[in-house]
Write a new protein. Structure first.
Length: 128
């Protein structure tokens, strides 16, 4: 699976799993579904880490997840969104976008591409 589609799928699963925590709170027999959704989200996030820098992938995953959970909580669950919370969400999204943009600028300057981490090479660096 490609990195960005994996990341977007991870976000969708995280949002669904997190919202289901609230929806299924009184129905414990449905909680295992929540755990499966959240675990699958982390598996796909790990897939995204193979090609997307960790800082960018995690920032996008976290910011988009928070934004969607907040908006869906407002629309579906009747939760209240204050102007300060809206401003905070805007700040999160702006920060994630700037982090992503900064990664592209530094990659273009050094003309280096993000490659998958080779575990053996990582072990050698850590033990050195």
């Amino acid at each position: 699976m490609r990195a960005w589609p994996a990341l977007f799928a991870a976000i969708a699963l995280e949002v669904t799993g997190t919202l289901s925590l609230k929806l299924f709170a009184s129905q414990s027999w449905q909680l295992p579904l929540t755990y499966v959704l959240l675990a699958a989200s982390y598996v796909l996030l790990a897939q995204a880490f193979r090609r997307i820098p960790v800082a960018v992938a995690f920032a996008v995953w976290e910011a988009a997840g928070l934004l969607l959970i907040t908006l869906l909580g407002t629309v579906l669950l009747g939760e209240h969104l204050t102007p300060k919370q809206g401003l905070a969400l805007l700040g999160l999204m702006t920060g994630a976008a700037l982090l992503h943009r900064g990664t592209h600028e530094s990659a273009n300057k050094s003309s280096a591409k993000t490659r998958p981490v080779r575990h053996e090479a990582l072990r050698r660096e850590v033990s050195a």
